[in-house]
Design a protein around this ligand. Sequence first.
Ligand code: FAD
Length: 455
Amino acid sequence: TSPLTHDSRIIVVGGAGTIGSSTALHLCRRGYKNVLILDVYGFPSDRAVYGPSQSAGGSDLNKIIGSSNSGTRAEITDMTMDMWRNDPVFSEHYHEVGELSAAGEPEHIASLRVSYEAKLKHPIKSKEVEWLGTREEIVKRCPHLAKASIDGWQGIWNFKAGWGAANDAVDSVGRELKRFGVNMVFGQSGTFERPMIDPVSKRCVGVIAKDGSRYEADRVVMATGAWSPSLIDLKGQCVSKCWIVAHLELSAEEAARYRSIPVVYNEEVGFCFEPRLIKDYEPGKDRWIIKLCDEFPGYTRFMESQPFGAERPVKVSVPRSHSAHPTDTVPDEGMKRLRRVVEVMLPEFAQREFVKSYMCWCTDTADAEWLFCQHPDHPGLFLATGDSGHSFVTLPSVGHQVCDLLEGTAPADRMRKWAWRPGQGDPNHTGRGGPDPLDLGDLEGWAHGDDERAE
Ligand code: FAD
C-alpha cells in the first residue's frame, strides 16, 4: 500500500459506532486531515434526521465501565479508565457508582474468587476491590438489594467501576469529530455496499455505497460491528449474536430512592443500572428509566448471504436491526428471563410492564479477542471488528489501537492476537460457557412482518 501520511484519505465505515467513532477520533488527534466516516445511521443527536441506530452495540442508555480482565482490553485498561475519568470528551459521561459482580452457583463463585485473587496481586487493582461473602456484606454496599432474592450470592465489589452513558458518550465523540471538521455521510449514501477494488493490484481503493455513491480512499477501515460478517467474507471468524435490553419506567419518587445505586451484575441472572431521566423518551415526554439485561449465550440469525469475497452464498448470522424493524419484539423465552431479572434484583417492580424491549447485536470471535488486521487479499482494506460483546468499555481507547494498526506501530504480540485467523475455534461458542446459542429462526415471539435482510 502507499505510505500513510497525514493527507491520506481514510474512510471509517461504521464511523458512528463504538470502534469506528473512536478510530476517527484518534485519527484526528494524531493529525490525519482527510477522514471520512460512513454509517447507515448518524450520531444519536442527529436522530431527527436519521433515527438512532438502536441495534448498534454502542447505542444504549448505559454500559458497564470498569477494568477488564482478559486480552488486549486488560492490557489497555489503565489508558481506558484514565480517559473515562479525565478526557473531557468522555469524563462527564462516566458515573463511578461502584459495581457488584456476583454469582450464586458454586462454580461461578469459584471463578469470581480466582479473578478476585488475581486482582489482589495487582498494586492498584488490589485497592479497588473487596470480596463480599455474605448477604449482609452485599447489602451494606448495595442497600437497594435488602429485599432482593440474593441468598447464597457472593462476589467482587469494585469501588472504581460504574457505568457510562453510552449514547451520550458516542454523541460526544461525534461532536468532537465535527469540531475537527471530519466529513460524515449517513443514510443510503453512507451505507457500505462493497469495496472498490483495483482489478490489477487487488488493492482496496475506496467504497461503493448502497445508492451507488463512490468514495475513493487510501485506507478503508471496516468498523461495522455485528454487520461485518455479512458485508465482508470473514471465513467464519466472527459470528454475530444479539442480546436483549429492557426498559423499566419509574416515577420521580421511585427514581429518587434508586439514584446512584451501584451496577449489579450476576452472570446467572443479568444486570441492571440506576435510573436515568431520559429527555424526550417519547416526543415531549421525559421518563425515568432503569435499563436491564438478562445474561445468556445470545441468539444467532443464520441465513444464506453473500458477503464481499465469498464466491457463493454462505451461511452467516445476519443482524436484523430494531431500527429497521421497530415492531420486532423479544422471543418469549427471553422475555421470561428479563422478568426474572426484575423479580430477583428489583422485586418492588416485579409486576411492572416494561416500556421497551429490543435486541442489540455484537459479533464474537472464537477467543474473544478483536479482529484488527489488513484483509489478506486486499491491501488497504482493514478490519476493526470482533468486539465479542465487551468492547463498549474501550470506547475512549480502542481507536488508539486501530490507529496503531494502520500506522504499523502496534506491538507484534498484539498484532498476532488480532490477526486474520480463520479455522481457529468456533466463534459460535465463544468461551461464554452455558448452552449453545439458540437461533432466532427457531424461536417464538420475536419477528413481525417480512424477514428480508434490511441492511
Ligand atoms: P457498533 O457500536 O454496533 O457499531 C457498528 C456501526 O456500523 C453502527 O453504527 C452501524 O450503524 C454501522 N454499520 C452497519 N452496517 C453498515 C453499513 N453497511 N455501512 C455503514 N455502516 C454500517 N460492552 C461493554 O463494554 N460493557 C457493557 O456493559 C456492555 N453491555 C452490552 C449489553 C448488550 C445488550 C449488548 C448487545 C452489548 C453490550 N456490550 C457491552 C458490548 C458493546 O456494546 C459492543 O462490544 C460494542 O458496542 C461493539 O462496537 P462496534 O463498534 O464493533 O459495533
